[in-house]
Design a protein around this ligand. Sequence first.
Ligand SMILES: [Zn+2]
Length: 222
Amino acid sequence: MKLLFLGSPGVGKGTYAQVITEALNIPHISTGDLLRNETQKDTGLGKKIEETMNQGGLVSDEILIQLIKTRIKDKDCENGFILDGFPRTKNQAENLEKLTGITHVLNFKANDEVIIERLSGRIVCKKCKTIFHKTGNKPKIENICDKCGSELHQREDDKPDSVKKRLKIYKEKTEPLIAHYDSKGLLVEITINKPISEIRDKVILKIKSYLEGKTDKIGEIK
Ligand SMILES: [Zn+2]
């Protein structure tokens, strides 16, 4: 079972990947983690990635494909994996197909208001970057990081207007990718507007039954 997870910023894709990776016992391969791991190794490739990321640039498709290629050869990927963070464009999807097939593409969605609420409530530690939330995951002392005692702040791109812009850009950019997987019959849409803590079991059940072929749609999980 080779799954691909798609979803806009703030949709909770990383959390769902964590839940499903445990439920199906297949690894979660996040390209963000792959890149970070590589930079922690003392390799030429790691240094190259670090330089690119420090300059705010994008790591090339060739490097990402190379990292994924190595990772999916690991023994824990025998029964499949969840890929998260790549591909983001149709061109990248075609490059990925030369390396490995994907069996299901899960496109996670939430209403815009829900995403805006989630992201614009986010407050981040200036020093250690721990993420808190104004309503969901409050720090013990207002505006102070539980972990290191530094001040918390709202990132510029988490302000409501920036979030709206980010969502719009995401939609425009991923449309061709979504259409690509839809035309191959691999795509399923999953809308979740509730906190995962309230509907965790339902989410697992619905996704499992879809993957087992018992149903051909998921839609909104309430
Ligand atoms: Zn901190």
